[in-house]
Every structure is written in structure tokens, then in C-alpha cells.
Ligand binder design. Structure first.
Ligand code: ZN
Length: 184
């Protein structure tokens, strides 16, 4: 289909909550292909529709590595139905070029979603794998939440954003995750 422009932090769609998809129409199939084309063009592991300016609840993931090959996956109207444990990792985002920050995520999750064929599925992602973290990161995008909202060190993250000419942290958006952080 087409490689789209990835929106950068500061652009409106990234903060807008996305709408549910009611049918896997041709429009949605085209969107899914655009997401994959754009993600692969940028060597990303995941990409959510709001990142290309479409506020619909769709994201794609390809967490394949040499050691652990996996099929690319599509998540439509995803819901994280179980979550436990905590894990710290350094995350980036295609909407934040060159900016990385330490965040805390759930270690194990169970997610329910619809795939590109309109079929509902439930899957688990455990042990804080790239897949587990990526699903949480992309799922956040559908609610206008960005990885910096989870950052462990606000001042360090602020410096990183500044260095990369990105807008500063929106302090009202910082998440209170004391329960999660206390499990680290
Ligand atoms: Zn992202």
C-alpha cells in the first residue's frame, strides 16, 4: 500500500483517544497494510494507527528476532484482560526519533483482540519479552498515552527530549504507578 509519515511527539493525533473499529472493512485492511509498510520502512517493532494520524483502535507488531522468529500480528480493539509482575526496560518510539527512556511495564499480560480476518483471539505474552512490552506500548497509543508518561526518571527524560528537539514532558500526563514500581 503506502509508507505514511509517522507523526512526532507534539502532534495532536498522538494524544487523542482512538475509536473502536466495528468492521474489518477494506478501509481497515488498507490501514493495516499501511501500518506494516510504514513500520518496516522505519525498522520498528510496532506501530499504532494514531501514529500515522488515524485515530482508530488498531496496531501491528512484529517482535520477531533471529533467536525467536514470530509471525507479524494485528490487534484490533485490543483489551489487556490480565496483567501482573513488573519489569524495567529502555523504550523508544517511532514518534520520538532518537529519544529513549527507562519505563516500567507489566511482566506478564493476557490480551484479547480481533485479528485482520475479523476473528477474536486471546493471547499471553510473558516474562517481560519484547512482545509483552510492545503490546503494552502500542495499546497505550490507542488511549493517547505515550511511553514518556511512564518514565522512571522525569528529569533525565526531560533532558533527552530537549536534546532531540522534542516538546517537554506534559507533567499532567505522568502516570502514578507506585504499585507497579514497588514490584521492581
Ligand atoms: Zn510508540
Amino acid at each position: 500500500m503506502a509508507i505514511k509519515r509517522v507523526l512526532h511527539y507534539g502532534e495532536e493525533s498522538l494524544r487523542k483517544p482512538s475509536k473502536e473499529v466495528h468492521k474489518v472493512s477494506k478501509k481497515i485492511s488498507d490501514l493495516i497494510r499501511d501500518l506494516f509498510d510504514t513500520m518496516y520502512a522505519q525498522n520498528g517493532v510496532g506501530l499504532a494507527a494514531p501514529q500515522i494520524g488515524v485515530n482508530l483502535r488498531v496496531f501491528v507488531v512484529d517482535a520477531s528476532t533471529k533467536e525467536n522468529p514470530m509471525d507479524p500480528m494485528v490487534f484490533i480493539n485490543p483489551k489487556i484482560i490480565k496483567k501482573s509482575g513488573a519489569v524495567k526496560s529502555t523504550e523508544g518510539c517511532l514518534s520520538f526519533p532518537e529519544a529513549y527512556s527507562d519505563v516500567v511495564r507489566y511482566k506478564d499480560i493476557m490480551v484479547k483482540a480481533t485479528n485482520e480476518h475479523g476473528k477474536t483471539f486471546v493471547m499471553e505474552a510473558k516474562d517481560g519479552t519484547l512482545l509483552a512490552r510492545c503490546i503494552q506500548h502500542e495499546n497505550d497509543h490507542l488511549d493517547g498515552i505515550l511511553f514518556i508518561d511512564h518514565c522512571l526518571n522525569r528529569f533525565e527524560t526531560e533532558e533527552i527530549l530537549k536534546k532531540n528537539n522534542l516538546p517537554s514532558i506534559d507533567t499532567d500526563r505522568l502516570l502514578d504507578e507506585e504499585d507497579l514500581k514497588s514490584q521492581l
